[in-house]
Design a protein around this ligand. Structure first.
Ligand code: GLA
Length: 690
C-alpha cells in the first residue's frame, strides 16, 4: 500500500542523486525508470484559465439573439477579441425563463431566441468561438434579485432534480461551457431552498461529465456560489473554475461589513469601482487550490463597462483598468470581459488585448500569484511563478494615497537572491534593464506596475520515490524539510502514459487535501512535471501524500520543493497544549473565528509578523482580537490589516502576546481569547518563531 521512504538531497547535480537514480533503475526496471535528473523533467502545460466574454455586466438579463449577435460579430471581427486569443462567448442570466414542459425539458422563448438555443450556439461556433450558457444548481434562479426581466417562475427553473437532463440538453444544443449559479440553492432565489453546495455541485459535476462523455465534447463547468462554503477546499477536481466572491459590479460594502452580510437591495450599485475589484482580488487568493487547470474565479471583468451604458466615459480610469486587468492576470483568474463589444474604445481594447499581460494570465504552469512583500503598509508586492526557469510576473501594487518607491527582492519571489534578473514592463512591452538582487520603481497612488522578470531560479530540494509508485494506492514523501513555515513551490515529477489526465489527492500533514490533475506525459516511460504551491511547517518531518482520487493516480517519481521566501511565516503554538492557532476549514473571510488545532503547517495556521507587529494571515488579512476596542473575552479572528481595527500585537520575551493591554489566553478546553494578563499563567504563553 504505502510507498517507501523517500530520500532527501540537495538540488542536482549531485553524485548522491545520480547513485539513487541508478539504484532505482535497478529496482523497478527500465520500463519504469525514474528520471536521472528530476529537475530536468519537462514542465507539462496545464489547461489555461478560461478567456472570453460574458453578457451579464453589460446587459444584465436584457439579452436575446439579436443583442448577442452584434456582440458575437464584434468579438470575431478582424482585430477584435478573437484575434487576441479570446475563445469563449458566454450567455449569462436572462435567456432562461424557468418554465419546463411536461417531460421536464427547459422551454425557450422562441420570439427572443429564433431557432432556440441551438441556433445561438451554432452562430457562436460559426465564428470560431466556444459557446457558454447559464443555469442554477438549486431549484430556482436569481431572476428575482438581479433581473431586467420578470423573475423566473416557480421551483423548476434550476438544475436541481434535472441535472443530467439539463446537461444533456446543453450538449444537444452544442454548448461548450456552463455557468451554474447558486441563487436557487444558496438562499437568493425567487423561491429557494438552502442546500449543501458541495453535495449539489458534486451532482452537477457528475452530470456534466456524463453528458460530455456521451458526446465527446468537453463542457466546462463554472461554479458560481461566491466563495460560500470555502469551495477552495473541495472545488479542485470538480470544476476548473469557482467563484470566490460576490459580483464585482454589484455592491461595495462599507468598510468593516462582515463578508457574509447580505446586500441590501437599496444599496446595490452597478457602478464599477477599482476598490471593489481589489476586494474581489483579496478574496480570490487561494494559491493552494489553484493549480493544474483549477482556478479561483474573481468574477467577470468591468474594464470599459460604463461605455456600454452610454455614460460617455469609462468608470475606471485607464490606470485603474490596467490595475484591474493586472490583478486578474496575477491571480490566474478566468478572464471574462463584460463590456459592450460594439462600443469598446481604443484604450480599453489596448488593455484587454495586451499580449504580454494575457500571457501572464494564461501561463501554462497554472499557478496563482502570492504576496511576497509589504515593507510598508499598503505597498504590496505580488509574484507569480511562470513556466520555464527563473520566470516570474511581479506586480507592485500601491494601495495608498501617495505615490511611493517600491522594491521587489528576487529572493522573496524564490529566484536566486544574489543573481541578476532582466526586468520588462509588461504593459509597455519594453525592457527596463538587468538588476541585481532587487528592482525599485516609483508607483503612483492607487496604482500598479506589472513586470515580467527573468532571473536565476532558486534552489530546490529533491525527494525521490525509491521504489516507484506503479499500482500503489498512495505515494508518501516523508521527512520533507522546511526551514521556515510558509508557501513553497512544489514540482511533482510523474508519468502518465494515458491519453487523458489522471488525478490524485494531495495532502500535506493533516491539512485539507486538494485534487491535482496530471496531464498525459506522452508515454509511460516519459516523465513530466506539474507545479503546485504547498504550505509546510517549519520542520524536517513534513509528510506529503498522494493517493487515488477516482481512478488511478499517475506514477510518482520525485518531488522538488523550493522556498518562496517572501511568504515565510510561523505557527502560533500554545505552550501548554502544543496546539496551534488556526482558522477552521481554511476560512478566509473577515470575522472568521480562530481556534486551536493540531499543528499541521497549513496556511490557515501560518502567520507572518510584519514590521508593524501585525500577524498577517493568508497574505492580506490580519489575526486580531475581534471588536472595535477588544476587551477581555474578545475572541481571535480575521480582521483587516488597514488600521481600521487594532491589529498590532505586543510580543513579550516571556512568551505572552498582548493586544490592547490584554493577553492572548488559551484556557484548557476553551477557545483562544483575550484575558487580563497574568505573569504566572501557563495558558498565556506562546511560541512563535519566524
Ligand atoms: C449572480 C452572479 C452573477 C450573475 C447574476 C445573474 O449575481 O454572481 O455573476 O450571473 O447572478 O443574475
Amino acid at each position: 500500500m504505502k510507498t517507501k521512504h523517500v530520500t532527501h538531497k540537495p538540488l542536482l547535480p549531485s553524485t548522491a542523486v545520480m547513485a539513487a537514480a541508478v539504484a532505482l533503475t535497478v529496482l523497478v526496471g527500465a520500463a519504469n525508470a525514474a528520471p536521472k535528473d528530476p529537475a530536468n523533467a519537462p514542465q507539462i502545460k496545464v489547461p489555461a484559465p478560461v478567456l472570453g466574454w460574458a453578457s451579464w455586466n453589460a446587459f444584465a438579463s436584457s439579452i436575446n439573439f439579436d443583442v448577442l449577435k452584434k456582440q458575437i460579430d464584434a468579438y470575431a471581427a478582424p482585430g477584435g477579441l478573437k484575434d487576441a486569443g479570446y475563445t469563449y462567448f458566454n450567455l449569462d442570466d436572462g435567456w432562461w425563463q424557468g418554465a419546463r414542459d411536461a417531460a421536464g425539458n427547459m422551454l425557450v422563448d422562441e420570439a427572443e431566441w429564433p431557432g432556440g438555443m441551438k441556433a445561438v450556439a451554432d452562430y457562436i461556433h460559426s465564428k470560431g468561438l466556444k459557446a457558454g450558457i447559464y443555469t442554477d444548481a438549486g431549484p430556482s434562479g436569481c431572476g428575482y434579485l438581479n433581473t431586467t426581466r420578470p423573475a423566473s417562475a416557480g421551483m423548476t427553473a434550476g438544475m436541481r432534480g434535472h441535472e443530467l437532463q439539463d446537461a444533456r440538453q446543453f450538449q444537444d444544443w452544442g454548448f461548450d461551457f456552463v455557468k451554474v449559479e447558486w441563487c436557487g440553492g444558496g438562499g437568493f432565489g425567487y423561491q429557494h431552498t438552502v442546500l449543501d453546495s458541495r453535495v449539489a455541485y458534486t451532482t452537477v459535476s457528475a452530470a456534466i461529465a456524463q453528458a460530455s462523455a456521451a458526446t465527446g465534447r468537453a463542457m466546462t463547468l463554472s461554479m458560481c456560489q461566491w466563495g460560500r462554503d470555502e469551495p477552495w477546499n473541495w472545488a479542485p477536481g470538480l470544476a476548473p473554475m469557482w467563484r470566490t466572491s460576490d459580483d464585482v459590479i454589484f455592491w461595495e460594502k462599507p468598510a468593516g461589513t462582515p463578508d457574509g452580510a447580505a446586500a441590501p437591495l437599496d444599496k446595490m450599485s452597478l457602478r464599477p469601482t477599482l476598490s471593489k475589484a481589489l476586494v474581489n482580488f483579496d478574496k480570490g487568493l487561494h494559491p493552494l487550490a489553484h493549480h493544474t487547470g483549477y482556478a479561483n474565479d474573481l468574477d467577470m471583468m468591468i474594464v470599459g463597462n460604463a461605455v456600454a451604458r452610454g455614460e460617455g466615459a469609462i468608470d475606471l480610469t485607464e490606470a485603474e483598468s490596467r490595475t484591474h486587468m493586472a490583478l486578474w492576470a496575477m491571480a490566474g483568474s478566468p478572464l471574462l470581459l463584460g463590456s459592450d463589444l460594439t462600443a469598446m474604445n481604443a484604450a480599453t481594447k489596448a488593455i484587454v488585448t495586451n499580449a504580454e499581460v494575457l500571457a501572464i494570465n494564461q501561463d501554462g504552469r497554472g499557478l496563482q500569484g502570492v504576496k511576497v512583500a509589504e515593507d510598508s503598509a499598503g505597498l504590496q508586492v505580488y509574484s507569480k511563478v511562470l513556466s520555464g526557469s527563473g520566470k516570474r510576473a511581479v506586480m507592485l501594487l500601491n494601495r495608498t494615497a501617495q505615490s511611493a518607491p517600491m522594491m521587489v527582492r528576487w529572493a522573496d519571489t524564490g529566484l536566486a537572491g544574489a543573481g541578476t534578473a532582466r526586468v520588462r514592463d509588461a504593459w509597455a512591452n519594453t525592457d527596463l534593464g538587468s538588476f541585481g538582487a532587487s528592482y525599485t520603481a516609483t508607483v503612483p497612488a492607487h496604482g500598479s506596475l506589472l513586470l515580467s522578470v527573468s532571473g536565476s531560479e532558486g534552489t530546490s530540494a529533491t525527494y525521490t520515490a525509491t521504489a516507484g509508485s506503479a499500482g500503489r494506492a498512495a505515494t508518501v514523501f516523508k521527512e520533507v524539510k522546511a526551514v521556515a513555515a510558509g508557501l513553497k513551490l512544489a514540482n511533482i515529477v510523474y508519468r502518465n502514459g494515458d491519453k487523458a489526465a489522471r488525478r490524485a489527492s494531495l495532502q500535506v500533514n493533516g491539512q485539507i487535501p486538494t485534487v491535482v490533475s496530471f496531464p498525459p506525459t506522452g508515454g509511460q516511460g516519459k516523465t513530466g512535471a506539474v507545479s503546485v504551491m504547498l504550505s509546510l511547517a517549519k520542520s524536517s518531518a513534513n509528510t506529503i501524500t498522494f493517493s487515488n482520487a477516482g481512478g488511478s493516480a499517475p506514477d510518482f517519481d520525485a518531488l522538488l520543493i523550493q522556498d518562496i521566501a517572501g511568504t515565510n511565516a510561523a505557527a502560533l503554538v500554545a505552550a501548554q497544549s502544543g496546539r496551534c492557532i488556526g482558522l477552521p476549514n481554511n476560512r478566509t473571510h473577515l470575522g472568521a473565528e480562530a481556534g486551536l488545532e493540531d499543528c499541521n503547517g497549513g496556511q490557515n495556521q501560518s502567520f507572518a509578523r510584519t514590521a508593524r507587529n501585525q500577524l498577517a494571515a493568508y497574505g492580506n488579512r490580519c489575526l486580531v482580537a475581534m471588536g472595535a476596542a477588544p476587551a477581555a473575552g474578545a475572541k481571535l479572528g480575521l480582521g483587516e490589516c488597514d488600521g481600521a481595527t487594532p491589529a498590532a500585537w505586543e510580543f513579550a520575551a516571556n512568551g505572552t502576546l498582548a493586544m490592547n493591554g490584554l493577553c492572548l489566553d488559551a484556557p484548557a478546553g476553551g477557545q483562544p481569547a483575550l484575558a487580563a494578563c497574568d505573569a504566572n499563567s501557563q495558558t498565556q504563553r506562546w511560541t512563535f518563531s519566524q
